[in-house]
Design a protein around this ligand. Structure first.
Ligand code: THU
Length: 137
C-alpha cells in the first residue's frame, strides 16, 4: 500500500461525508500495522459540537477494532468533495494522532486526483503533549 493508493481510498471515503451544515467533505484512510485500512469521513450534527472529523472517525474505528499501531494516514477535503489544495488535519485530530503514533508518523495531505504532499506528525504537532508528559512526573 503506497501513499497514492491510500490517498485514493481517502478520496472515496470523502464522498461519504455527512456534512449538510458546512458542505465541506473530508475523507481519511488510516493504514494499520496489520495492513488493514480504516476509512473515515466527517460526520456533522445539527448541534455542531458533536461533529466528528474524518481523521478521528478513522482512528476510533481502528482502535475499537483492536488496532493501535499505524503506518500512515491519508487525508483530503474540499467543498462538496471538490479538492482545491492540501488538507491539513485540525489540531484535535493531530492530538489524537499523537496518542497512538510516533513523531515520524507520515501524514499524506491530498491535493486532488491521487496527488499528495507528505509530512511527518512532528511537523504538524511539535512539542506534542503525550502520555510521557504525565507518566514521568
Ligand atoms: N473536518 C475534518 O473532518 N477534519 C479536520 O481535520 C478538520 C475539519 C471537518 C469538520 C467539519 O465537518 C468540516 O470539516 C468543516 O470544518
Amino acid at each position: 500500500m503506497n501513499g497514492k493508493q491510500l490517498i485514493e481510498i481517502a478520496e472515496q471515503a470523502m464522498m461519504r461525508a455527512y456534512a449538510p451544515y458546512s458542505g465541506f467533505f473530508v475523507g481519511a484512510a488510516l493504514l494499520g500495522k496489520s495492513g488493514k485500512v480504516y476509512t473515515g469521513c466527517n460526520v456533522e450534527n445539527a448541534a455542531h459540537t458533536p461533529t466528528c472529523c474524518a481523521e478521528r472517525t478513522a482512528f476510533f474505528k481502528a482502535v475499537s477494532e483492536g488496532e493501535r499501531e499505524f503506518e500512515a494516514i491519508a487525508v483530503c477535503g474540499g467543498d462538496h468533495g471538490d479538492i482545491k489544495g492540501i488538507f491539513p488535519p485540525c489540531g484535535v485530530c493531530r492530538q489524537v494522532m499523537a496518542e497512538f503514533c510516533p513523531p515520524e508518523f507520515p501524514v499524506y495531505m491530498g491535493t486532488g486526483k491521487g496527488e499528495f504532499e507528505a509530512v511527518q506528525l512532528k511537523d504538524l504537532l511539535p512539542y506534542a503533549f503525550t502520555a510521557d508528559a504525565h507518566m514521568n512526573g
